[in-house]
Design a protein around this ligand. Sequence first.
Ligand SMILES: NC(=O)c1ccc[n+]([C@@H]2O[C@H](COP(=O)([O-])OP(=O)(O)OC[C@H]3O[C@@H](n4cnc5c(N)ncnc54)[C@H](O)[C@@H]3O)[C@@H](O)[C@H]2O)c1
Length: 248
Amino acid sequence: MRFDNQVIAVTGGAQGLGFAIVEQFIEEGAQVTIIDIDQKAIDQALHSLSSDSVDSICSDVTDAAQVNEIISTIKEKHGRIDVLVNNAGIIRDNVIWKMPEEDYDSVMKVNLKGPWLMCREVAPIMRSQNSGRIVNIASRSWLGNVGQSNYSASKGGLVSMTRVLALELGKNNITVNAVAPGLIDTPMTRSLDPEVYKMLEQSNPCKKAGKPADIAHTVAFLSSDEAGFINGQVIHVDGGKSIGASVQ
Ligand SMILES: NC(=O)c1ccc[n+]([C@@H]2O[C@H](COP(=O)([O-])OP(=O)(O)OC[C@H]3O[C@@H](n4cnc5c(N)ncnc54)[C@H](O)[C@@H]3O)[C@@H](O)[C@H]2O)c1
């Protein structure tokens, strides 16, 4: 198994893409910690996984003191951290002339500051191990999307941060990459107006939404030995939505 006994932390791991990523790593032998702000969702996730290979920490990734605590707890328990997946993220969509300042701030905090805080805590541990993998969940929207000036900027920032950390940490045998999903069927996207969801599916070259497992497979590949020379890249997993200006 590719991740036998590896210690893996997944933020936002209680539902949606994060949950699928957690499932994938457990299937492949890892010891996984779910980090999520929603205790109810954590309880449901632990119940449905029903595995000795998973534990959880209910915390907010935007709070520096809590992030310090998260990483020390994992390090104390397992002695190392092999893979960090920064997946927690939120949307607060609106055109800029209707977007409240707090919706800009909250999206930037969760989607960009959260991963930065997590990476800052994990980097010294991975450097001292001389090994590690970081996978950041960006979005196809980093290319630009109407109604997402906050979200696209946060994910564009996350892509830039991925590239910087790849440069800073590569010499320590640590790779840092990003996955940019298109529309995937999760609680986040199901919170959209059903008509908007249908329109988004139809605007995809594959005429459908992706499944959480599509993202989990890509994250697992980037975290595996096979991907050891892939560093600082963004992999779009979006049915081809990012490759053209117009779709028939
Ligand atoms: N679903 C999609 O179509 C899609 C597309 C592109 C990118 N993404 C990205 O994938 C990631 C996961 O999305 P999803 O659709 O599974 O979302 P989701 O809302 O279903 O799940 C997100 C999880 O993150 C947790 N979370 C939110 N804020 C947190 C915080 N401050 N600290 C800790 N945990 C927090 C939530 O409790 C939730 O469990 C996000 O970064 C999102 O931007 C999703």
